[in-house]
Design a protein around this ligand. Structure first.
Ligand code: CP3
Length: 344
């Protein structure tokens, strides 16, 4: 039977004449309708946990642009909160969490099976979306990868170099390894429940993978992703998985084979031509357009978009940005990117 959804066809390895397209952070502050719903919710976390409003903001970019996929509206830091960490967002700055610096902080966390009460609204958002999305639109669920989530849990906030996480790894390797283990287990339970609730594709965001070097990359980027993917494939063999080890550089090559991911998402620090040669032979790829083009637009946006489509046209490809769209982006530039991809 032929699969009608273009994203699922690409993820199954089919090169398509026009790559399907969606965009990281497609529901976000660059859209006036998002800002209105977020104001109605009160704050960001209330929006994440309000299934009706989270459904609404997930649908907004689908209505406006007709993207080929919808990514459920939530955040990677809900898992730490479900494990018992304190979490809040400071407007204009970003997330804040209680910190983990030793065994006693780790001991306060709940178990991997204790997360579902907190996360029940997220599963409800997915059930809502399966009923509300156009039939051709693929529904993506997601989680943060253990290393990236650990960097926020250890430091209590975003950090430029993930220094506190690297320091805990050196000073208390047993605590650090136990945290990675707990997050790996919780992520398996969370993603498995997302698939039960209707997610058709899973994306694993390892936004800070680039600061793991050498053996650390194998131990903390590849190994947890491989464990999560193996466990999900055992329970849900038909659900494709996109892995995004942002900043992996040369380590993007071989990542799909080492982890079992069906698709590797890549940032804008490597070229689409290099990815076509070194990564795409192993399966579907996604990413690359610099988010800044969504701010600046014009001829350069059109040229770069065409270049990426051209470079990856002989293999399975999902068009996307190299990282999330920023709040200062112009919604008209998003339309220009889509028109360029679909008209190219
Ligand atoms: O549209 C989508 O992409 C789906 C929703 C989504 C959000 N966060 C909503 C969000 C997804 C997939 C994420 C993932 C996420 N969250 C990541 C991994 C991807 C990446 O960007 O590297 C990370 C590291 C986080 C943690 C996080 N959440 C930070 C550091 C911040 C503050 C920075 C910022 O962009 O404001 C957030 C907040 C956040 N998550 C917003 C949104 C729409 C902005 C909050 C607001 O509306 O004020």
């Amino acid at each position: 039977m032929t699969q009608p959804k273009t994203i699922l066809r690409a993820l199954a390895g089919e090169p398509l004449p026009t790559p399907p397209i969606w965009m990281m952070r497609q529901a976000g502050r660059y859209l006036p309708e998002y800002k209105a719903t977020r104001a109605e919710a009160g704050d960001f976390l209330s929006l994440c946990y309000n299934s009706d409003l989270a459904t609404e903001v997930t649908l907004q970019p689908i209505r406006r642009y007709g993207f080929d996929a919808a990514i459920m509206f939530a955040d990677i830091l809900l898992v730490p909160q479900a494990l018992g960490a304190d979490l809040w967002f400071v407007t204009g700055e970003g997330p804040r969490l209680s910190t983990i610096s030793d065994e006693s902080d780790f001991a306060k966390l709940g178990g991997a099976d204790d997360i579902h009460d907190t996360l029940a609204p997220i599963y409800q958002t997915l059930r809502n979306l399966r009923g509300a999305l156009p039939h051709e639109t693929t529904l993506i669920g997601f989680a943060g990868a253990p290393w990236t989530v650990a960097t926020y849990m250890i430091a209590g906030r975003g950090t430029p170099d993930q220094g506190p996480a690297h320091a805990l790894k050196a000073a208390h390797p047993d605590v650090f390894d136990a945290l990675i283990q707990r997050l790996t287990d919780a992520t398996i339970e969370y993603l498995s429940s997302q698939i039960d609730a209707g997610a058709e594709v899973i994306k694993l965001f390892d936004s800070w993978a680039g600061s793991l070097k050498g053996d650390d990359f194998d131990r903390y980027a590849i190994a947890p992703a491989a464990r999560i993917i193996a466990a999900l494939k055992q329970r849900h063999s038909d659900t494709p998985i996109i892995a995004f080890p942002r900043g992996a550089g040369e380590r993007y090559a071989g990542f799909a084979q080492a982890t079992g991911a069906d698709c590797v998402a890549f940032d804008d620090a490597v070229s689409a031509e290099w990815v076509a040669e070194k990564v795409q032979p192993d399966g579907c790829v996604q990413g690359n357009l610099k988010s800044s083009h969504m701010v600046t637009g014009g001829e350069k946006l059109v040229r770069e978009t065409r270049r990426i489509v051209e470079a990856l046209r002989n293999g399975p490809h999902i068009f996307n940005l190299g990282h999330g769209i920023t709040p200062d982006a112009d919604p008209a530039n998003v339309q220009l990117m889509i028109d360029t991809v679909r008209g190219a």
